[in-house]
Design a protein around this ligand. Structure first.
Ligand code: ASP
Ligand code: MG
Length: 473
């Protein structure tokens, strides 16, 4: 293979790589191929749909026991089929895997009872969700072992330390690095190990409570592994996905959308934040910190010549604007007051309130008269934000007027090149104006890597397409 320039490759296989019992053969062929030239860390998500089932199991456990049994049986069956189809019954790995499944299903059943008896709590929810990755990764590691590869299994709560923000925990990178180097480096160096299989998605707090890293968090696990091992190995990350890579627009909106072959970390972060669901945004931060190259490659076509490479620097001679992304469904909130000037701290109160309630803010803009603040949120959060504001001691008072518009889309024009190129904003607004598209609000991140434009939802598609034609095509 072509990978001689890295001696360690961290590979992430997402849930969509394990959508049925046959899919393990594809994973195996990829793993074998890359093992010819590098040691591997294989980080896996739960099998497809299992995390959702576990969340459902937790929710139902809070209220009623009978439906839980059905869900647990489905989870057990799905894994059992995987084991029976893939692992040779004559190998010791087979019985070991069945035993592991049995133990873990029993534990889950017990946990369901605990939830019913005690009150629901976020830490138990995280613990329950972690079983998806624990089972999938163990099964994959045992399967690889059964076909003659020397695979070691590590549960990530033993090596990845996080804060205690259950449901969306952040890794403690220094402590994690130490643990990973202590536990994983000797394995990689040993002749008794070809690859280490690490569970994605979860870690643990210092007092050993399981935490999850947020939905899609297995990407982040892979990035953390590469980060921690980079001082010892020349490493890179490959994210195997059910898409070809990052695209320069949403293909449902622009039929010209095409693959971005090279992109910088900064640009990829903007893309991940503004609409593209290809990668967990935080994993890009982690890779960037140590300048670890990464690739997004299509799982179904592993040798495809076209994929996305993400590196620190943008490529020379690149386009100024790389992508026009969009989030079709957002809400725009405007808080207005004639008195905001004389009420310093209003913005701080606003964003603390939203932050404390886990509301993700997509953009902010404030006019220089200072008597209104406009910000964008996910449409799904609109009711909650309305409730929070109208019931808060501060904003619920009559001198604020709160307007929420739910028919809004956000468009982001993204490219590192605009940093040094004057006139981009001018061209954006001329293009939109010439096409009779009304701009409701604008914002530019201080990174100057994007210009964010807010339009009525009915104009979203047209706006993306005229900007695409003006800047990319
Ligand atoms: N299994 C988790 C999820 O579905 C984590 C991941 O897939 O990355 O969100
Ligand atoms: Mg997933």
């Amino acid at each position: 293979m072509n990978e001689a320039n890295s001696d360690l490759i961290v590979m992430k296989f997402g849930g969509s790589c394990f959508k049925d019992v046959e899919s393990l053969s594809q994973t195996t062929s990829i793993v074998k191929d890359y093992l010819e030239s590098a040691k591997l860390i294989v980080v896996t998500s739960a099998f497809k749909g299992i995390t959702d089932k576990l969340i459902d199991f937790y929710d139902k456990s809070c209220s009623d026991g009978d439906e839980c049994k059905v869900i647990i049986n489905e989870i057990e069956d799905f894994h059992l089929k995987f084991i029976n189809k893939n692992i040779d019954k004559k190998k010791p790995d087979y019985q070991e895997t069945l035993d592991f499944l049995d133990t873990n299903i029993n534990e889950l059943t017990q946990l369901g009872r605990v939830v019913r008896l005690l009150r629901p709590s976020l830490d138990i929810q995280d613990l329950i969700m972690s079983y998806g990755e624990k089972l999938s990764t163990y099964i994959v590691s045992k399967y690889l072992n059964s076909i003659g590869l020397k695979a070691k299994f590590i549960s990530s709560d033993e090596i990845i330390l996080t804060d205690d923000n259950f449901g969306r925990a952040l890794p403690l990178l220094d402590e994690t690095e130490e643990l990973v180097q202590e536990r994983v480096t000797p394995l990689i160096k040993s002749n008794n190990c070809d690859l280490v299989c690490v569970t994605g998605f979860y870690g643990s707090t210092k007092d050993k409570k399981i935490t999850t890293l947020g939905r899609g968090g297995t990407d982040l696990t892979a990035a953390i592994m590469a980060y921690s091992l980079t001082p010892n190995f020349k490493s890179k990350v490959i994210y195997w996905k059910d898409v070809q890579g990052f695209l320069d627009a949403d293909p449902r909106i622009s039929n010209k959308a095409s693959l971005l072959k090279y992109i910088s970390y900064l640009e990829a972060k903007e893309l991940a934040f503004f609409g593209s669901k290809v990668l967990h945004p935080l994993c890009l931060d982690v890779n960037e910190k140590r300048n670890i190259p990464s690739e997004i490659r299509p799982f179904n076509d592993p040798k495809a010549a076209e994929y996305t490479t993400i590196t620190k620097e943008a490529q020379k001679g690149d386009k100024i604007i790389k992508a026009i992304t969009s989030i079709e469904r957002i809400s725009m909130v405007t808080i207005e007051s004639g008195t905001m000037i004389s009420l310093p701290g209003t913005a701080a109160k606003l964003f603390n309130l939203l932050g404390d309630n886990n509301i993700n803010i997509k953009f902010i803009s404030q006019s220089s008269s200072e008597n209104n603040i406009t910000f964008g949120i996910d449409l799904e959060d609109s009711m909650r934000v309305s409730f929070l504001l109208r019931n808060s001691d501060w904003f619920g008072k009559q001198w604020f007027s709160i307007k929420i518009d739910n028919d809004i889309s956000l468009i982001a024009v993204i490219g590192a090149g605009m940093l040094h190129t004057p006139g981009i904003a001018g061209k954006v607004f001329t293009t939109l104006g010439n096409n009779d598209i009304n701009v409701r609000a604008i914002a530019q991140g201080s990174s100057e890597l994007n210009i964010t434009i807010i339009v009525q939802r009915k104009d979203c598609k047209d706006a993306v397409n005229v900007l695409y034609d003006a800047f990319i095509d």
